[in-house]
Design a protein around this ligand. Structure first.
Ligand code: CTP
Ligand code: MG
Length: 234
């Protein structure tokens, strides 16, 4: 395999990056939008490749951008680039299809969470290595959450202490993720959700504020600030 990073790594990372970024507003596909002068995908892959456990990275790019993404990432890290699909799940499946069968651990990481630090990849991979079938990084929910009827009437207050906000990278035994994808009927289920549907346990590990997902313009502003903080760290 030519697109290899750390030969001693036991992890393949699948990076869905084929979305349009509709909620970010008009412009290029989201993964190619700029944050402090560099595409989100470049930030994401730089951090992914810095994780010592990572042996290979497969990016699912917008179909029209496969070659451009390959050229863009060549100076950053050795990666394989495939064409993504209509839904995120299709993009993950396309990338997973080129991960070699002898890979033990697969992480799935949204390009949109482009500041997720290398340590987070290591934490998730370590939990899979320690025996978990599926691992998700999570943060406590800070807002009060209400259940609300269609007419705006509050139906009740949800117990926030049992809720978690879920990030990526999410980690899996490769066989578990492949089985979950093969069985997934609902295209809106996330990867860990598909594993839950198989009846397998999913384990939470602490997430990172830096792994926020860039979805709306305000997230770009926040990420710009976080990136500057990151650069001032020793
Ligand atoms: N993604 C993908 N293929 C798709 C849709 C999404 O690979 N068909 C990827 C995105 O590129 C992103 C991740 O899945 O890295 C999370 O999706 P999201 O944040 O929803 O990104 P977009 O779909 O691009 O944004 P939007 O929903 O606002 O259009
Ligand atoms: Mg989307």
């Amino acid at each position: 395999m030519t697109a290899q990073l750390n030969a001693r790594g036991d992890v393949a990372v699948v990076v869905p990056a084929a979305g349009a970024g509709v909620r970010l507003g008009p412009g290029a596909p989201k993964a190619l939008r700029l944050l402090e002068g560099e595409p989100l995908l470049v930030h994401a892959i730089r951090r992914t490749a810095a994780a010592p456990s990572v042996r290979m990275i497969v990016v699912a790019a917008p179909p029209a951008e496969v070659e451009a993404v390959h050229d863009l990432l060549a100076p950053v890290a050795p990666v394989i680039v495939v064409a993504g699909g209509a839904e995120r799940q299709d993009s993950v499946a396309a990338a997973l299809a080129v991960v070699p069968d002898d890979t033990g651990i697969v992480l799935v990481h949204d390009a949109a969470r482009c500041l997720a630090p290398a340590e987070l990849f290591e934490r998730v991979a370590a939990a899979v290595r320690d025996g978990a079938d599926a691992v998700i990084p999570t943060l406590p929910v800070v807002d009060t959450i209400k259940e609300v009827a269609a007419d705006g009437t509050v139906l009740g207050t949800v117990d926030r202490s049992v809720l978690r906000a879920v990030q990526t990278p999410q980690g899996f035994r490769a066989g578990t993720l492949r089985a979950a994808h093969a069985a997934a009927a609902d295209s809106h289920t996330d990867d860990a959700g598909a594993v839950e549907k198989l009846g397998r346990a999913v384990l939470c590990v602490p997430g990172s504020d830096f792994a926020l997902k860039i979805t709306r313009p305000i997230d770009l502003a926040l990420a710009t600030h976080l990136l500057r903080l990151d650069r001032t760290e020793p």
